[in-house]
Unconditional design. Structure first.
Length: 328
């Protein structure tokens, strides 16, 4: 009887459930995710001294890999033209008015471009945030400006380097700190572009390179500045700490003065402060040391100093490209 029962059980389908521990694969997958980073960190800790010696050897023997230091030159960034300097002077002050349209159109139509513009903050009474904002936005748009260098000219004539930043980052920093500037620009820009539907085929205020037609650019700047003015002293009381007055003018402008401390506070995270002391001689050794100091920095632009004061600006990315080409 027992044999019959066993045989009947064998005839029935047998269900086999395979289960596995959920903890073990989870633990393994977790360890595998961290395995390579841990191995990398441990390897760097173990071999840090040999790696350091290797990098120093490559640096000291750079000439052995085909770099001719005598032929490598520091690529100094191109300075502003006279037209751009005049544009800076007009925009920074309250001289912007009906007489500005002539030079602005000439400036916008000029083919001269520059990598950077140097702005002197003086004692904090040279620039206001609204003019710095529209300067960064429009000169980057119209002249492909790559960098703005902030300096302070001392009474002795020597120039202190405060840092530099891209126009885009200046725009973002000021817009975050003083949102009304972005609103004023958006309104001025949209107001100018609102005429597009009435334009005929092929007519536009925007050029193929992204710049604006001079007349449109001038109207945008004029509208932007005008919208920030309080001609009747009716609105400045709503935000009294963020308005500035000009000498011999009754109106006020919704902005603040750009002091050295405000520059560090508002644009500080975007400021490139890399600077090196320039070489004192023209020997190959002195030139090589200077180039290596520039390469060792991290910013795209590096200031060259003389006795601690600003002398020029170097395009570090262009230098790295030149060194790479020299090594081929």
């Amino acid at each position: 009887m027992a044999l019959i029962e066993i045989a009947s059980c064998m005839l029935e389908p047998i269900q086999v459930a395979i289960s596995s521990s959920k903890e073990t694969p989870s633990l393994l997958s977790t360890l595998s995710a961290y395995a390579w980073p841990l191995v990398t960190i441990v390897s760097l800790l173990i071999f840090r001294k040999p790696i350091n010696r290797f990098l120093k050897t490559v640096s000291s023997r750079a000439t052995e890999i085909g770099i001719g230091w005598a032929s490598v030159k520091l690529p100094e960034a191109k300075q502003p033209s006279s037209l751009q300097i005049e544009a800076i002077r007009e925009l920074q002050s309250d001289r912007w008015g009906e007489s500005s349209i002539g030079w602005f159109q000439e400036f916008s139509s000029s083919s001269a471009n520059s990598e950077y513009a140097q702005l002197n903050l003086g004692n904090g009474d040279e620039w206001i945030t609204s003019r710095l904002f529209i300067f960064a936005v429009m000169l980057q748009r119209m002249k492909s400006l790559k960098c703005v260098v902030f300096t302070r000219v001392l009474p002795s004539g020597e120039v202190r380097f405060l840092g530099c930043a891209s126009p885009d980052n200046i725009h973002l920093a000021l817009a975050a700190n003083q949102p009304w500037l972005e609103v004023a620009f958006a309104n001025a820009y949209s107001g100018e572009l609102s005429v597009l539907p009435a334009a005929g085929p092929g007519q536009t205020v925007i050029r193929i390179d992204g710049s604006l037609e001079p007349q449109s650019a001038e109207r945008i700047v004029r509208s932007f500045i005008s919208s920030l003015k309080d001609y009747t002293d009716a609105t400045s009381g709503l935000d009294p700490g963020n308005w500035v007055s000009f000498v011999d003018r009754p109106d006020r402008e919704h902005a603040t003065w750009v002091t050295e401390s405000d520059l560090q506070r508002v644009i500080g995270v975007y400021l490139w402060k890399d600077a090196i002391e320039g070489r004192v001689d023209d020997t190959v050794g002195g030139k090589k040391a200077e180039i290596q100091r520039v390469v060792g920095k991290s910013s795209p632009y590096v200031a060259i100093l003389k006795d601690g004061f600003y002398k020029s600006l170097v395009n570090r990315i262009a230098l790295l490209t030149e060194i790479g080409q020299s090594a081929l």
